[in-house]
Design a protein. Sequence first.
Lengths: 627, 315
Amino acid sequence: MDLRLSGAEATAEERAAVDALLDPLLGPRDVDGRAGPDSGHEARGRRHLLLPALHAVSDAVGFLSEGALNHVATRLSVPPADVYGVATFYAMFAVEPRAPRVVHVCDDVACGPYGGEDLATRLTAELGPEGSGADACWVRSPCLGLCERAPAVMFQLAGEPDFSHAPAVGEDVVRAARGATAAAAADAAFADPGVSVPQTRSPRGGSLTLLRRIGVVDPTSLDDYRAHGGYETLRRAVDLGASRVVQELKDSSLTGRGGAAFPTGVKWDGVATAPVRPHYLVCNADESEPGTFKDRVLMEYDPFGLVEAMTIAGWATGCERGYLYVRGEYPLATRRLEHAIEQARRRGYLGEDVMGEGVTFDIELRRGAGAYICGEETALLNSIEGFRGEPRNKPPFPSVSGLFGKPTVINNVETLYNVLQVLDVGGPAFASVGGERSTGTKLFCVSGAVATPGVYEVDFGTTLRELLTLAGGLRGELRTILLGGAAGGFVMPDQLDVPLTLEGAREIGATLGSGVVLAFDTDADLVGTLRRIAAFFRDESCGQCVPCRVGTVRQEEALARLERGTPIGDRETELALLDDLARVMRDASICGLGQTAPAAVGSALALGLLDRPDPTTNGKASAWVPR
Amino acid sequence: MGTPVMLGAITRMVTLTVDGRDVRVPEGSTILQALHEEGTAQQADTPTLCWAPNLAPVNACRVCVVEVEGSRVLVPSCARTVEDGMVVRTDSEKVRHSRRMVLELLASSVDMSQAGDDVARWMTEYGVDADRYGPPAPPAAAGERDRRRAGHHHAPDGSHAETVAQPVKIDNDLYVRDYSRCILCYKCVNACGTDAQFTFAIAAAGRGFDARIATEYDAELPDSACVYCGNCIGVCPTGALKSVREHELRENDDWHPEDETVTTTICSFCGVGCNLELHVQNNSIVNVTSPSDHSVTHGHLCVKGRFGFQHVQNL
């Protein structure tokens, strides 16, 4: 294939940014600026570097110019139309000039009412309308995964590392937008893990397992990690042997913590015994479900734990390479993990001879670029491979044909930390906590109208009421709880005694999802929350299939009409329409995003959460009184 | 001497149940192939939009969904391979609802008026009511949809149904791109890419409802990698891509498909031997296609075969 490029040339800076990434990986360029033939396996084998290359340009200059895109296309032998298609898929990339300092302001369900909107107002006054400004601009963002510290902002900067502020103070955000703050200082604000994990405050509450090292180990020191039991589990795993490790996992009944709750042991077994080679491991750290921040907290405060768990997973399933796909909006977690991987590699815990055991395993960190859909496992695979993050048709499942078409294990971050626990106590002992498909402990992301938001670790089977008590109780009078995230549903005050298990949640028609517990008090604007959730799915749909692409648009429009009190026909017609939309999205969408996009809206309507007393109907509840 | 007998690959047959009736098809077939080849007239009439006989299944439109026992959600019949013992239902309420809604969502957001008689018939049969989403929003200005950014849209007030309506893109002499009619079936992208042409001039860009088919930086076609093979036109199901000739005739109200004749011939430009179908209206060639089941072309042509017919008419 001959690439046909426009005449636009990359600047020296753009060129240098791309080449600094690619030269060590691809070797020197030939006279055409390419790294080898433009067709065949070798050329196609470079495509997976597309997202890293686009990041390199965006990190350096803040946007992707036509010239830079041509340079990336040339070096990777990817057609420019394809590069453009990938670049425009991600919210963090801009394909037209924009300010070198971009403030992403979270206005999602947790942050919006807790200062996010105020920040947006303040920044509009200081920096101008959304998206405008020569040196600095601000844009609205979906959940940044810092809900326990609401409100949150993330600074995406050209030429220097990104960082977050949470809780964000208007004054400081404005100063940082104007260049007064750097990443190191911003990271220091996250030094106290007690803010994110209140159970680590003294006296340490309960017996923490997944969170046991948080606040105890120095997340930047491998020695400190080892001093606190680090890498003992890998040693134990090697002593047990790979098949025993898989058996322990099966015995533990551990289920995936990403939301789908698939049995981890079965997944590992499938890949471990797959005849096709090589095998790949992927850690899904693209945590983006609104209201979810548990994986971020684990990665920020115990990064070596994830590196060790991935090493065990890779070794047990016959993978020599693991990809760690971290959400693009997680700059601190990314820094901590990059450092941890580097340290582990240097000390022989990653590489060609892990711990002197003759095992080869290494980890490559990949950054997302602003796409909730890439948390869907097959979309994530496409993203790593350098394609648009569009989900694949299943079957075949990733354990048969995953990354680069090879058998692939994909595990969520929390699941992998659980693997350490399974091997520490043994499968049967792990399974003795909780029961059925809900064994072990579970992390919950508690935020909103509670006294002490944060990540909480509790045994499966703990009731929602107990969890809320652990979080210091409620602020104000409870109206409802969003359980499971935007893809989950609402739980009412009379349902607080539900045991938090997969089965218990299902019994009341809810889902644990990614562990979101977002509390709303009676003053909360639930209509606004629903609108935000509908807008979220409208923004995050990949656009591949009709039910989700158009359905999310129509759902948002119908909600807007109900909110304004201007239904087409009457309210019943609109509710029927929403129900029709929900059914086609749930039944016929390709992936879980479309299938769950109507979940929260449907749940709120079914529970009558949007009904308000209307004085004109003698106090009888009448839904959707315009605000 | 007898006629030589062509031995095909030896294939195992699998048995599946379709609406209660056992059907035997070769292993590796898709459910849709089973419906086409062994189904009743109604089963064979499964609606499709993003599927084409000469392309790999795209699996994007979801109008061909069926129920498969054991699957929580509906499955695309175009892409799902049959398995022995599979139990398929094609006419349940769940299936009909999703098909109706897919057609309805498209009809409410895309101009489907040139999508062909089958699509119009399916819309009637499945009871599509595109008007219930409100009056369509005014068309976007030229280029506006191309500049939309992933993850950022203006909150609607619901008074209008958002659509993909926008001006037609005419930037060359051979074909137009009328993206008001684009259902984003990806067929043009795949025909331009790995399914036929390997030119890769176009790709899907943007995300969600703002996704669109685009060249890099929305460059005009003459500035892109396009080689004008027209294979994208050949697979477009809705008239979003069509020859300039057809576009002009339609604009001038001079398009008469009912009077069209089709003459099959062989392309005279080179020795490959591509079958051509000359579509003639009013004694003038308006389009050239090739049969999708032709062993040489599989329905795809090059710029000469597709557009190089003027000399025929200059006699």
